[in-house]
Design a protein around this ligand. Structure first.
Ligand code: IMP
Length: 476
């Protein structure tokens, strides 16, 4: 692979294989650090890196801990280094006021960050009425609600698919954008009144919708005027990629929330797999894919979660592992690592058909199970209607009836957080992670994908690359 201007960038995808919230943000930071280190030693220069979010929106909550400070990113890629491109590509849905708030926080970290942010003119704008519709829809669904993050994600993608009310960033530069906005606003109010007039509120529906909209649209048009400075055309984005040595695709949510392959309808409204991420970014298929999961499982929002733990273990794990949503603050459901689901995820992401050296696992939060008082479990099969099955049923109602069967492993002792190399982890922990490749045991052996990195604490130095330094990320 030649790293020269005009050649295509080397593409690394960082993707989640369960229900999201597995540590992609912090791993993006570790990937950047490893790539920088290798470039400096191999080529004696800093690499040109573009980190790209190409799907999803402010529903994501990527957290990076640096020293005492905890940073949350929602749409902006998790970049904390100067001179790294932060691209928000065509498949995303972005609400301008929230985006600008995120930029302000990033500026506090790096005053020049604005020069490195670009939004595709084809990314979809989450309109104020999309937020309102997300709320009304959930209220209307009542007990059947999805438990969305209320960030207007579903309605934004619906507008895109319906081809009406679909605003993308290039439109914000039109001279008549304000009139267009008011025209769309009138249409949206009519639609919301038609669909949700039955919701139990007092007074006439039109003025209620008007009033709720007025509350959330304050400052929206100003934000639209400000955000256009970041908007680029596809050909300009291609120039940036051409000049980049490495493009890192930062994933959204996880395969369990993929709009096709997740637990429908309890999913988000976008795909979450690395091939979709690459195409929505205008990049070729990734050269390296890191599939990220915790050493246990969490889920937030409604929908089946076969390995979910009950109290008191659930509360203990949730509190030890600080499992509360970055975007919404909701307590997450917690449970054991689900190999059946992880295998489903890898299958749907075509992991088996990619070259073995191109794929890898990243397992996070090992420190949270340090000294767990009992055996650590891995779900290896489900019982469904009296039969043992090894796959995730396509019908979510069947998935909800699956009862996991577990393999048990010895707990490990810590503090793992003090380990500075993979080899220093407690042997029980390495057995749980690596097992035996030939005999198909342990997390790696059972999934048939090599473990590349494990994390045992939130700080950058708590990421332990199995090869020592993450050289795996780059070409031979
Ligand atoms: P939406 O994406 O806000 O429409 O939410 C749909 C479902 O995806 C809900 O169950 C959310 O809790 C879940 N969800 C959305 N984004 C995330 C995320 O970043 N992490 C975990 N769950 C998420």
């Amino acid at each position: 692979m030649k790293f020269a201007v005009g050649s295509r960038p080397w593409v690394i995808a960082n993707t989640d294989c369960i229900w999201g919230d597995n540590g992609k943000g912090r791993l993006t930071n570790n990937i950047i650090l490893a790539v920088m280190q290798h470039f400096l030693s191999l080529f004696r220069r800093e690499p040109r890196i573009a980190v790209v979010r190409s799907l999803g929106g402010a529903n994501a909550g990527h957290e990076v801990v640096l020293g005492e400070a905890k940073h949350a990113r929602h749409v902006l890629p998790s970049v904390y280094h100067p001179n790294v491109w932060m691209i928000i590509a065509a498949g995303t849905v972005v609400h301008p006021p929230w985006f600008l708030e995120e930029v302000e926080k990033a500026v506090a970290f790096d005053p020049n960050v604005r020069d490195w942010i670009r939004i595709s003119g084809r990314a979809t704008v989450t309109m104020p009425w999309d937020r309102l519709e997300d709320r009304y829809r959930e209220e209307a669904l009542g007990r059947g609600k999805i438990g969305t993050t209320q960030r207007g994600i579903g309605p934004s993608y619906e507008g895109l698919a319906r081809r009406v009310q679909n605003v993308h960033f290039a439109m914000l530069q039109r001279p008549d954008w304000t009139e267009e906005y008011h025209r769309l606003r009138g249409e949206a109010i009519g639609r919301l009144v038609r669909l949700y007039a039955h919701l139990p509120e007092e007074g006439d529906a039109t003025s209620q919708v008007e009033a709720s909209l007025a509350e959330i649209e304050d400052g929206f048009l100003d934000a639209c005027a400000e955000i256009v400075q970041y908007v680029v055309e596809c050909h300009e984005l291609e120039r940036i990629y051409e000049a980049a040595d490495v493009a890192i695709l930062e994933g959204n949510q996880g395969l369990g929330l993929h709009h096709l392959f997740g637990s429908r309808p309890f999913v988000t409204s976008a795909p979450t797999d690395p091939l979709s991420m690459a195409s929505a970014a205008m990049l070729p298929p990734p050269d390296r894919v890191l599939y990220v999961a915790k050493c246990f499982a969490t889920r937030v929002g409604a929908g089946p979660f076969p390995t979910k733990l009950d109290d008191p273990e659930a509360t203990r794990l949730r509190e030890t592992a600080r499992e509360f949503g970055t975007t919404t603050g909701r307590p997450r459901d917690v449970g054991w690592f689900d190999l059946v689901f992880a295998e489903h995820a890898l299958r749907c992401m075509a992991a088996r058909w990619l070259p073995a050296e191109a794929v890898g696992l990243g397992i996070t939060k090992l420190d949270c199970l340090d000294g767990w008082g009992g055996r650590v479990r891995l779900a290896t099969a489900y019982d469904l209607n009296g039969s043992e099955i090894y796959h995730v049923p396509d019908d979510t109602a069947s998935l909800a009836r699956c009862v996991p069967r577990y393999a048990e492993y010895d707990p490990w002792s810590g503090p793992s957080e003090q380990c500075r190399s993979f080899a220093e982890l407690d042997e029980a922990c390495r057995t749980f992670l690596l097992g035996d490749w030939e005999e198909r045991s342990g997390l790696q052996g059972l999934l048939g994908v090599r473990l590349r990195v494990a994390t045992a604490g939130p700080q950058p130095e708590n990421a332990l690359w199995v090869d020592g330094d993450g050289r795996w990320l780059l070409p031979e």
